[in-house]
Design a binder for this molecule. Structure first.
Ligand SMILES: NC(=O)c1ccc[n+]([C@@H]2O[C@H](COP(=O)([O-])OP(=O)(O)OC[C@H]3O[C@@H](n4cnc5c(N)ncnc54)[C@H](O)[C@@H]3O)[C@@H](O)[C@H]2O)c1
Length: 253
């Protein structure tokens, strides 16, 4: 089935963190399909550069910046470079994260800080870096990627889920503070999405059974299911929506 066209996304400068693989890569592709100018930041150079090259060869405008999003100065520099190269940022998708499993009693203070850094802190500072462009442009949209893990209370993800729950809190404070600047901020909460990483690491027989038992939709969800929701929230087709979380989980919750 063909995807929707959002004319207002054409020519917009979009920043996506963690755009090299998984849901982020699907999101990069869909924004590029709209004719948006896409800057994405990722630590994984090979798949990211391959994605950018493929899309640019197809006529898209895609800029990959290599940076570790836990290095806030590097993250801010990458966003500034994207803005300088592609034009003022009016869409920010805070997508990057890392869902390494961990046993609750084995989490040390350092490991906890590390999970906050890779799953939360960068989203705050990416917003801090991008919002001035949005204010100058007369508005913008931010989409924060949360996670169903904190709603369902997934095991072995206590620090990750704690960090991801704050994607909604960040959404609420930014939406309230910058609504006056015509900046809309929403959160997409994915259920269990069949990225390459999930399939390689975590989707075993028990996982398949859990999906079949818990989802209302019996098919497995794929990155495009999330990317489509992100595009809708970024576009003017959701013009009255802000301060919200949307759960895209096949009806698990
Ligand atoms: N896949 C799921 O089932 C699922 C479920 C709930 C929430 N989510 C959320 O969706 C978003 C995308 O997840 P995904 O499953 O596509 O992940 P993924 O692991 O497939 O991709 C994440 C991307 O982020 C990049 N990244 C990781 N650490 C980085 C760092 N320090 N600096 C720069 N880039 C870094 C990776 O290289 C990768 O390209 C995340 O916010 C995640 O929490 C995913």
């Amino acid at each position: 089935m063909a995807n929707a066209i959002y004319p207002d996304l054409k020519g917009r400068t979009v920043v996506i963190t963690g755009g090299g693989q998984g849901i982020g890569a699907a999101t990069v592709r869909l924004f590029a399909d709209q004719g948006a100018k896409v800057g994405f930041i990722d630590i994984a150079e090979k798949p990211s550069q391959a994605l950018a090259d493929e899309l640019n060869q197809g006529g898209a405008t895609v800029l990959f910046k290599k940076a570790d999003i836990t290095d806030i100065e590097a993250l801010k520099d990458a966003i500034a470079d994207i803005s300088a190269t592609l034009g003022p940022v009016t869409v920010l998708v805070n997508n990057a994260a890392h869902d390494q499993r961990h046993k609750f009693f084995e989490v040390t203070p350092d490991y906890f800080d590390d999970r906050i850094a890779v799953n939360l802190k960068h989203a705050f500072f990416a917003a801090q870096a991008a919002i001035p462009d949005m204010i100058a442009a007369g508005g913008g949209t931010i989409v924060n990627l949360g996670s169903g893990s904190w709603l369902m209370g997934s095991e072995d993800l206590s620090a990750y889920a704690t960090a991801k729950s704050a994607a909604y809190g960040l959404t609420r404070v930014l939406a309230r503070e910058f609504g006056k600047d015509n900046i809309r901020v929403n959160c997409v909460i994915p259920g269990w999405i069949m990225t390459e990483r999930q399939l390689a690491l975590w989707v075993d027989e028990a996982g398949e059974e859990a999906i079949a038992r818990n989802q209302v939709l019996k098919r497995k969800l794929v990155p495009d299911d999330i990317a489509k929701a992100v595009l809708f929230l970024a576009s003017e087709q959701s013009s009255g929506m802000t301060n919200q979380q949307i759960i895209v989980d096949g009806g698990w919750h």
